[in-house]
Write a protein that binds this ligand. Structure first.
Ligand code: NAD
Length: 437
């Protein structure tokens, strides 16, 4: 099958490379000259475990290539995926569909013969209808079916998620499109990944409903964590205790500094806006968004409280910046707000992240970037763990304590055991448990 992926970012590049790995002929298109040139040189512009090897393998076999030009590849394609960004629109929080509609028009102008155009980007309910209207009115002679196929992969585990998904949701009522989409995902279907067909609008909503539910689950356990701190319970044990109930499940019950990233914040907000537009407000999600927004700043205050009420003139070491481990993505990372709160409090902030520091430079204020955890710990009056990278789990705590001016660890991801930290002589401030002095 000849597949074209429009947009070669976190989703487009992973999806394109994996589809090529299934044996399809894939061309990944992007508007960014820098990105396409890097890819053609064999460099991978994002950090995603396992991606480099899959790209190299499929380029070598001739099944995967990259292009700045959209028209040529699209003219010969059977299926064209739109995987461009859908950020929050400035000012009102609706999804900004500028890139999606621009790509759709370019695609329609270029297609020849029957072609399936698939929105893999996360798009609000009705976007497929609108694309179809544009095609009908502006390109009436073209034979195009518009399908919704939202993506559920997680950055940091994207290859496994794409290749072993819990489900593949496909929104279409067109027979010809259904056949082609079955063909695209046949290798996964053989792996027993369920293909779930539904109407397009339902498919579009499934993506938002899934993300909103997960964001709500995280926010729920975060509020339970706050309560635990007041009443002297342990949120990790509460999470385990409720997670053993299959109706609840144990995933997404890790208390932390609030959700961030390229999807949850913008998708929850967009769902809230869509629901309001339709006169059917989603109060649970409105509240989720509000709680999460205030939580990130509250984490800054938690650090300040751990430093005897002030960080003015104190060196604070921040471990981890990206919104989760195993990615270099800084979009809406909680670290941005937490670091800002510390800077506002007058702290001298030193940071380290294994992969995210380049991206962080564009979004963080005046901080010092260190080479490793030990370097930024020198003379620090607190270490703050914001992202739970594996390499932070087993640090040399004796050495850290020696380097620091005051042995305080604010563990916003609960990666250390309070008893152990006490043994090493740290004042350890976890999330959702009694503080060990
Ligand atoms: P991204 O910003 O990493 O990538 C988007 C790419 O599209 C960019 O490289 C940009 O240059 C390119 N682009 C924009 N307009 C173009 C055009 N007209 N022609 C060619 N290229 C164009 O974004 P992303 O994180 O990959 O997200 C893409 C979509 O997938 C979003 O809707 C997002 O919500 C959704 N999604 C993301 C994730 C995730 O984990 N990142 C997971 C599921 C769904």
């Amino acid at each position: 099958m000849r597949i074209v992926m429009i947009g070669s970012g976190y989703v487009g590049l992973v999806s394109g490379a994996c589809l090529a790995d299934f044996g399809h002929e894939v061309i990944c298109v992007d508007k960014s000259t820098e990105k396409v040139e890097a890819l053609e040189r064999g460099e991978v512009p994002i950090f995603e475990p396992g991606l480099e090897a899959i790209i190299a393998h499929n380029r070598a076999s001739g099944r995967l290539s990259f292009s700045l030009d959209l028209a040529g590849p699209v003219a010969n394609a059977d299926v064209v995926f739109i995987a461009v960004g859908t950020p929050s629109r400035r000012g009102d929080g609706h999804a900004d569909l500028t890139y999606v509609y621009a790509a759709a028009r370019e695609i329609a102008a270029a297609v020849t013969g029957f072609t399936v155009v698939v929105t893999k980007s996360t798009v609000p309910v009705g976007t497929g209808d609108e694309i179809e209207r544009i095609f009908r009115e502006e390109f009436p002679e073209k034979d195009i079916a518009v399908v919704s196929n939202p993506e559920f992969l997680r950055e940091g585990a994207a290859i496994t998620d794409f290749k072993r998904p819990d489900r593949i949701v496909i929104g279409t009522s067109e027979e010809r499109a259904t056949e082609l989409m079955r063909e695209v995902y046949r290798p996964l279907y053989l792996n027993e990944a369920p293909l779930y067909f539904c109407e397009r609008r339902t498919s579009e909503l499934i993506k938002y409903a899934a993300n909103a539910f997960l964001a709500m689950k995280i926010t729920f356990i975060n509020e339970i964590a706050d309560l635990c701190e007041h009443i002297g319970a342990d949120v990790q044990k509460v999470a385990k205790g409720i997670g053993m109930d299959k109706r609840i499940g144990d995933k997404f019950l890790h208390a932390g500094p609030g959700y961030g990233g390229s999807c949850f914040p913008k998708d929850t907000l967009a769902l809230v806006k869509t629901a309001q537009d339709y006169g059917s407000p989603m109060r649970l999600i409105e509240t989720t968004v509000a709680i999460n927004d205030t939580r990130k700043r509250a984490m800054g205050r938690k650090v300040i409280a751990a430093c005897d009420g002030t960080v003015r003139g104190k060196k604070i070491a921040v471990l981890g910046l990206t919104f989760k481990p195993n990615t270099d993505d800084m979009r809406d990372a909680p670290a941005i707000t937490i670091v800002q709160a510390l800077l506002d409090g007058g702290a001298d902030v030193h940071v380290f992240d294994p992969e995210g520091m380049e991206a962080a430079k564009a979004v963080l204020g005046p901080v010092t970037y260190g080479k490793n955890p030990y370097e930024i710990a020198i003379d620090a009056e607190a270490i703050v763990v914001v992202t739970e990278w594996d390499e932070f789990r087993a640090l040399d705590f004796r050495r850290l304590k020696q380097e620091m001016k005051a042995p305080v660890i604010v563990d916003l991801r609960n990666i250390y055991k309070p008893e152990e930290m006490e043994k090493y002589g740290f004042s350890h401030v976890p999330i959702g448990k009694r503080k060990v002095k």
